[in-house]
Ligand binder design. Structure first.
Ligand code: PHE
Length: 339
């Protein structure tokens, strides 16, 4: 069923690349969601991703209690296509044109493949952009806040599993060492967690070594014998097959769209594995950006709101147990009741 308010698909005037802006819902307020600049086998795969990611943003904002709707932008790069500096600018200006033409129903932000400097370029054309660098009046990089929010979610899960939020000595596998994953791995190392890490980029192994982490191949790490698995890269890592191979007690991390299909949440539940929905655990970035840029709260207040993910997850796990439902169902119910 198509349940998005609108989807704009335009060929960029400069880049000739397809720019896809999916606005899922503006029920709670103008839609927001990042710009994903990534490789896809076919642009239609980028469209599928934009549809799913924007719907997840609606749930993310609803559960976080923020007055925003869900949206997402995807620019689907053909496999192997690398952008030079000028080409990248062209893509960003094409994206900015589409966003600006929507007249404020959607604002973008960083996502996989983009960061604050890209938001600065978009901000030259349209005001509907979050996370520009601080000197341009934005809230800057959202990834440290996303990492802190995921850490809060991990604490709630640890409390649930072991009666204590302490992560010291817990075996934790981090899948993906991009902006968010690397930051989270550093935080976890500082907490004294026993880390296993991976990334599709073998150069990231150096960061693993620096943090004293064990390294596993990407398709090997999901079956690692750890307490908690932390997806921190691209989506769809949890499939019917991988769900049966997991040896952890919980899966909680900031990657968007971790489930290949919704029923995998039930499969995990039946195996006694706690899955905290990604749209709850990964909300730290948007919570910080919206709180500082729209609500103008102080850095301390924004941090408190990000840390409150620990309570949100704790409440969700309690509610799910009380009603004999999965945490995913409880979170979807909560999102639907608000948006
Ligand atoms: N990548 C962020 C997310 O998925 C998107 C975002 C961050 C949007 C900050 C707006 C502001 O949550």
């Amino acid at each position: 069923m198509f349940d998005h308010e609108q989807v704009a698909i335009r060929t960029g005037r400069r880049s000739r690349l397809p720019v896809i802006v999916a606005v899922h819902s503006t029920t709670l307020g103008p839609a927001a969601g990042g710009l994903r600049l990534w490789h896809y086998p076919d642009w239609r795969d980028g469209l599928t991703d934009a549809l799913r990611l924007s719907a997840a943003m609606t749930s993310k904002f609803a559960v976080a209690g923020l007055p925003c709707g869900g949206g997402k932008t995807v620019v689907a790069l053909p496999e192997g296509r690398e952008l030079g500096e000028g080409e990248r600018r062209d893509v960003l200006r094409d994206v900015a044109d589409v966003i600006d033409s929507l007249g404020g129903v959607y604002a973008t932000g960083p996502d996989v493949g983009t960061g604050p400097d890209d938001m600065a370029v978009i901000g030259e054309t349209t005001p509907h952009v979050f996370c520009r660098p601080a000197h341009l009046g934005g809230s800057g990089d959202s990834s440290p806040h996303t990492a802190l929010g995921a850490l809060a979610a991990l604490r709630a899960v640890s409390r649930r599993l072991y009666g204590s939020p302490e992560l010291n000595g817990r075996g934790i596998a981090v899948v993906g060492l991009g902006r968010v994953g690397a930051g989270l791995a550093r935080l976890l190392a500082a907490e004294g967690a026993v880390l296993t890490v991976t990334d599709i980029d073998p150069d990231k192994r150096r960061l693993g070594d620096e943090l004293g982490a064990a390294w596993r191949a990407p398709d090997d790490i999901l079956s690692a014998d750890v307490d908690i698995l932390v997806p921190a890269a691209l989506g769809s890592v949890l499939t019917g097959r991988t769900a049966t191979e997991l040896r952890c007690r919980a899966v909680v991390g900031p990657a968007n769209n971790q489930l290949a299909t919704p029923d995998v949440a039930d499969l995990l539940h039946r195996r006694g594995i706690i899955w905290v929905p990604d749209f709850v655990a990964g909300a730290g970035g948007v919570i910080n950006a919206v709180s500082t840029e729209l609500h103008h709260v102080s850095a301390e207040e924004a941090r408190a709101r990000v840390d409150a993910i620990e309570d949100t997850v704790g409440d969700l796990l309690d509610t799910a147990e009380r009603h004999g439902r999965t945490p995913a169902q409880a979170a979807w119910d909560l999102a639907r009741s608000r948006a």
